[in-house]
Design a protein around this ligand. Structure first.
Ligand code: MG
Length: 132
């Protein structure tokens, strides 16, 4: 799959790359450090199969990005999955209100993170995807 990964924390990006490198299937990960950068990438026309989105980021938060994505007729169909440490119910409700395809809370233990991420990827691999 082509995955757009939006995350400001370098350590988190390395963690995701490390986990994905162990999966059987190959995935292409495009990284964006914040919502602004992600919108730029998307508006250049390279649409991913899914988006993995962090919530707490400088400049443009995850929910701000999500709102802009949903307001764009070409981008609003892209399945967006929140990947966060926030267990805040307000965040959860707000994201589902705007429109997300899933809300995953990152476990602290790396092994748990890896197995949870694997399930997310396995799920989206059997799902019908919006072909760009
Ligand atoms: Mg963050």
């Amino acid at each position: 799959m082509n995955v757009l990964f939006i995350e400001d924390d370098m350590i988190e990006t390395m963690k995701l790359q490390r986990a994905i490198s162990k999966f059987d299937s190959r995935h292409k990960i495009t990284e964006a450090k914040n919502g602004e950068e992600a919108l730029e990438i998307l508006r250049q026309g390279n649409l991913p199969d899914i988006i993995l989105l962090d919530l707490n980021m400088p400049r443009m938060s995850g929910t701000e990005f999500l709102t802009k994505l949903k307001a764009d007729d070409r981008l609003k169909y892209l399945p967006t999955i929140i990947l966060t440490t926030s267990e805040n119910r307000v965040d959860l409700l707000r994201c589902f209100e705007i429109g997300i395809a899933g809300y995953i809370i990152k476990p602290l233990k790396y092994e748990d993170y890896e197995s949870k991420l694997k399930k997310v990827f396995d799920y989206w691999e059997i799902s019908e995807l919006i072909k760009a």
